[in-house]
Each structure stands twice: as C-alpha cells, then as structure tokens.
Write a protein that binds this ligand. Structure first.
Ligand SMILES: [Fe+2]
Ligand SMILES: [Fe+2]
Length: 187
C-alpha cells in the first residue's frame, strides 16, 4: 500500500465532521471511546477521551450552537458569559494539544518509528502542526458577538481531528508500537 499523507483541509473537515458527529454522541451516551477510535494504547486513548470531553463541553456553552447565526439575540450579559466560558476552555484545549502531540511524538522517537519510518512520522507531525494552526486561527478571531461561530468552527476541526487523524495517523503509530519486536510494546 502506498502511504498517502493526510493534509488537514478545513473544507473536507466540514463535511467529515458532520458525518462523524455521532462519535461524540457515542461518548456522551456511554462515557467510552467509540470502538473505531480505540487504538489500544492506554495513554493515547485516555487523551483522546479527554479531547471528546472538551468537544462536549464546548457544545454545552451555547443553547443552540448549530442553529444560531451569531450571538446578538442573546444580549450582552449572556454574550460575555459565553465568551468567558469559551476563553477558559481554550486554555485547557491549548495545554491539551501541546501535551498530546508531545506524547505521540515521544512515542514515535522511543519506539524508533521516527528513525525507521521517517516519512510516515513526518506526515503525522505535519498533521499535528496543521491542526494546531487551524485551532489557533479560530481562537485568534474570537469576539463577543460571534462566539457561536467560533464554537461551531472549533467543533468541526476537533471532530475531524478525532475521526480522520486518529483513525489514520494515530492508528499507524500504535500498530507500530504493538509489533512483537517493538522496544516499547508494553506501553
Ligand atoms: Fe492523537
Ligand atoms: Fe497524532
């Protein structure tokens, strides 16, 4: 099989995020990662669960995050409350992004995948950088009257990350680590 690097495309993300919204619904109903996202690597799976919880928390900020065009009809007090909540969550989200990508990139190095299958790791790390930059772009355009739009955009990027990136890049990484002769197999 020829390896095709996954390039983060916000347009494609919008379509696939819609189709994969049920991943979040599954987690909300069961408290577990949907089976298609389970990599078998304890730490990575735990962190992906945390990512779903961030998505669910973001959705709860707005009474109608899919339907409202902007925040004007909610009034200034509510707008400030929503913005404050989202700003607080973004702090957690950024800390999580940095930590999670660091975890996976350490697994690449420690399992020697980075040395032996460099192109695959390079594509994985480039996807990490594209996700961080997409999130950063959305966050830097946050303003009180359009919090709902930023929630929607973040939701799209995060769900796409969870479904596309995890199912491709993260699964390949964990498959490598699970090889019988892997130096880090028991992780
Ligand atoms: Fe991941
Ligand atoms: Fe990853």
């Amino acid at each position: 099989m020829v390896w095709q690097p996954v390039v983060f495309d916000p347009l494609k993300a919008a379509t696939s995020a819609k189709a994969s919204a049920e991943l979040v619904d599954y987690w909300l109903a069961t408290g577990k990662l949907p089976p298609e996202l389970v990599t078998g690597h304890q730490l990575i799976d735990f962190e992906h669960s945390f990512l779903i919880s961030i998505i669910a928390d973001l959705r709860r900020v707005c009474k109608d995050y899919t339907g409202l065009r902007d925040c004007v009809s909610c009034g200034e007090d509510q707008q400030r409350r929503c913005e404050g909540q989202v700003v607080g969550m973004l702090g957690d989200l950024f800390a999580f992004i940095l930590e999670h990508f660091k975890t996976e990139e350490a697994v690449m190095r420690d399992s020697l995948m980075l040395m032996i299958d460099r192109d695959v790791c390079q594509a994985h790390m480039e996807d990490h950088a594209a996700i961080s930059s997409a999130v950063h772009k959305i966050v830097s355009s946050l303003d009180t009257q359009h919090v709902v739009s930023r929630i929607r955009e973040l939701d799209t990027v995060l769900v796409c990350w969870l479904s596309n990136h995890t199912a491709l890049h993260d699964q390949l990484l964990v498959r490598w680590v699970s090889r019988v002769d892997s130096p880090t197999r028991d992780w």
